[in-house]
Design a protein around this ligand. Structure first.
Ligand SMILES: NC(=O)c1ccc[n+]([C@@H]2O[C@H](COP(=O)([O-])OP(=O)(O)OC[C@H]3O[C@@H](n4cnc5c(N)ncnc54)[C@H](O)[C@@H]3O)[C@@H](O)[C@H]2O)c1
Length: 235
């Protein structure tokens, strides 16, 4: 049974009907938060509504939105404010893979799509999150989920690796405003790195870590880039 450290808090999770995003959304709901869930995939949204929202009908707002669409993001934040009044935590979780193409084989369309979803969209979400937090005088937390590909650099998956190198564009500004901003890289895709010593990380443990980063206990962690990769990048 989870404790409820996030009672009365409002969290927004992008790509929240997929693997990790759903685990984070469910974790925060179990811990007492109201959670705004956004995703683009109707099938996954329907499954989330049936299996998760139904257990927390007052605490979930599920929005179909394409995070690369500025108007959709405006609507998402407006609906969040209308429903729950403000936002305390924003988890930029949504991300897509490329096809592990090295730079020489990289296709322009794939590059553009990966950069739009993994790099540009989180920045546009963060912009709106910061402004909504400041409007309501909230000392909130923003967590960007990335990949160790973006921290370490890998030859395969040029677009994904580049998109993961999200600079902490907002961290100094947010830190000055007293908002927490952290970036987390985790996990590996086994098939891409056949010669590596593989360490797989359970998404439940990543969800725990994200929850911790949003908690008061983690208020001293700010503007940090952290890994939760079982020691993969420690070597
Ligand atoms: N799975 C891994 O091994 C792994 C490893 C390292 C980092 N990550 C990172 O973790 C995060 C989550 O990965 P995951 O494996 O859970 O992904 P996933 O594919 O299971 O979930 C991603 C979700 O985002 C949604 N989505 C895609 N495009 C969207 C858009 N334009 N607008 C709104 N929603 C959209 C999808 O419908 C899906 O539900 C990503 O940022 C990823 O880069 C994953």
């Amino acid at each position: 049974m989870d404790s409820v450290p996030h009672t009365q808090k409002v969290a927004l999770v992008t790509g929240a009907c997929g693997g990790l995003g759903r685990a984070i959304a469910e974790k925060l709901l179990r811990q007492g938060a109201n959670v705004v869930v956004c995703d683009i995939n109707e099938k996954l949204i329907a499954d989330f509504k049936e299996k998760v929202s139904s257990a927390y009908p007052e605490c979930t707002l599920v929005v179909k939105a394409d995070i690369t669409d500025d108007a959709a993001l405006d609507d998402l934040f407006a609906e969040t404010e209308k429903t729950f009044g403000h936002v305390d935590f924003v988890i930029n979780n949504c991300g897509i893979m490329d096809r592990f193409d090295p730079v020489g084989a990289m296709e322009r369309d794939m590059w553009d799509r990966v950069i739009a979803i993994n790099l540009t969209a989180p920045a546009m979400v963060t912009k709106r999150a910061v402004n909504l937090m400041l409007k309501h005088d909230i000392k909130g937390s923003i967590v960007n989920i990335s990949s160790i590909a973006g921290l370490r650099g890998f030859a395969s998956g040029a677009a994904y690796t580049a998109s993961g190198m999200q600079t902490n564009i907002a961290s100094k500004y947010i830190t000055e405003q007293g908002l927490n901003f952290n970036m987390e890289g985790y996990g590996v895709h086994a098939q891409a790195f056949p010669n590596e010593h593989l360490i797989m990380v359970e998404i439940e443990k990543i969800a725990d870590f994200v929850s911790y980063l949003c908690s008061d206990a983690a208020s001293v962690i700010n503007g940090a880039t952290l890994t939760a990769d079982g020691g993969w990048t420690a070597n």
